[in-house]
Structure formats: structure tokens, C-alpha cells
Design a protein around this ligand. Structure first.
Ligand code: PCA
Length: 192
């Protein structure tokens, strides 16, 4: 499988998604993991994944991203055909009220077993919750493009948002230690 994390964005110096992905073992259950750090840039994130997937032909593509402020690991159920940035991406793009792909359908559902993953993570005592919005920034853009590309194929595509790390969060902002996020990702992969 191909598993991705994002580079830091929005003035942060780390992104928990890549910090966790890079710490995963090379094999989890029956899956051999190919790990990739991708740019936090509209369009380019999906291009990077699709380029890597061309030679890897993965059975699963699982993308991980930071959702600052969330308190749980949140498997995303849906990606929408909308871009609406409130901060610039890492190339300075700030699209507003635009389509991810013009004239395409409004939304796609993710094709991983999001509920089973959520329950598996919860069963280890780690907070997890289904999410029905991946936002309208780069993560949603990536998920929409991948689901569009793999629509009707056997390749499973999914996305998990993860909270801030303790060092990114002030005292009143939710966060999870890196080891907990790594554990949650391991459990998620085992539940695929
Ligand atoms: N989170 C952002 C983009 C990169 C990341 O890690 C998002 O939720 O869109």
C-alpha cells in the first residue's frame, strides 16, 4: 500500500501526519508500506501521489493529514468538489469557491472501511470518530482527485485526519502524542 503524510504548512514546522507515517514499520499485517511525504499544495499533492502510484500500483492508498483543533483520529467519509482556502498553501495559492475538477460530480465517498477503522481505533482506547467533511483545503482536494481517478477500480482510497502534536498545541487546544497517532495508524491499517 501507499501511505502518505503532508509537509508542514501554515507556519508550522512539523506536520503530525508525516511525523507519524515516517515512524510506521515497513510492514503492518499483510501490507508492505510505501511511505511518501507530499507537498501541501493544491493539485500538486495528488500529482505526487499519482506519479508514485504509477510504478507501485498499490492496492490501497491511505493519505494522512493534520486537522488542527480536532481531538480524535478522524477517517474521512467524503470528498467534495470544492476549494475554499482561508490560508495560502505552500505555493501561495488561495483558491476560493472553485471546483477541484470543473464540471465533475459534487462528491465522492471514500472507499476504505471508515467505520471499521474508527471502531478498531476506539477499541484500543484512542479517540476516533467518523468525519463527514475533509474541509475545503488541500486534504479534501487530494482526496477528491484520487477518488475521481480511481473511481470504478479495485484500488481503495482513504484519508485520515489526525490532531496536532502536543508541541504544536497550546494548553487548551486538543492534541495527541506522536506514539498514540502511530499506534492509531497501525490499527487502522490492520483494520483495512
Ligand atoms: N492538512 C491540511 C492540508 C495538509 C494537512 O496536513 C488539510 O486538512 O487540508
Amino acid at each position: 500500500m501507499l501511505i502518505t503524510g503532508f509537509e508542514p504548512f501554515g507556519g508550522e514546522t512539523v506536520n503530525p501526519s508525516w511525523e507519524a507515517v515516517v515512524r510506521l514499520p515497513d510492514t503492518v499485517g499483510s501490507y508492505r508500506l510505501c511511505k511518501q511525504c507530499i507537498p501541501t499544495v493544491f493539485g500538486r499533492a495528488a500529482e505526487a501521489v499519482l506519479t508514485a502510484a504509477e510504478s507501485l500500483t498499490p492496492d490501497v492508498i491511505l493519505c494522512i493529514g493534520q486537522a488542527g483543533g480536532r481531538a480524535a483520529i478522524t477517517p474521512e467519509v467524503v470528498a467534495i468538489n470544492r476549494q475554499d482556502a482561508t490560508i495560502p498553501d505552500n505555493a501561495g495559492n488561495m483558491p476560493q469557491d472553485t471546483a477541484v475538477i470543473a464540471k465533475e460530480r459534487e462528491a465522492y465517498f471514500s472507499t476504505i472501511p471508515a467505520r471499521r477503522i474508527t471502531e478498531a481505533i476506539q477499541s484500543k482506547g484512542i479517540p476516533s470518530q467518523l468525519s463527514y467533511s475533509a474541509g475545503v483545503f488541500v486534504c479534501n482536494d487530494l482526496l477528491y482527485r484520487l477518488l475521481h481517478y480511481y473511481h470504478g477500480t479495485e484500488t481503495q482510497v482513504g484519508f485520515l485526519h489526525v490532531p496536532y502534536l502536543p508541541e504544536q498545541a497550546g494548553t487548551s487546544i486538543p492534541n495527541l502524542p506522536i506514539d498514540t497517532i502511530v499506534k492509531a495508524l497501525t490499527v487502522a491499517i490492520e483494520a483495512l
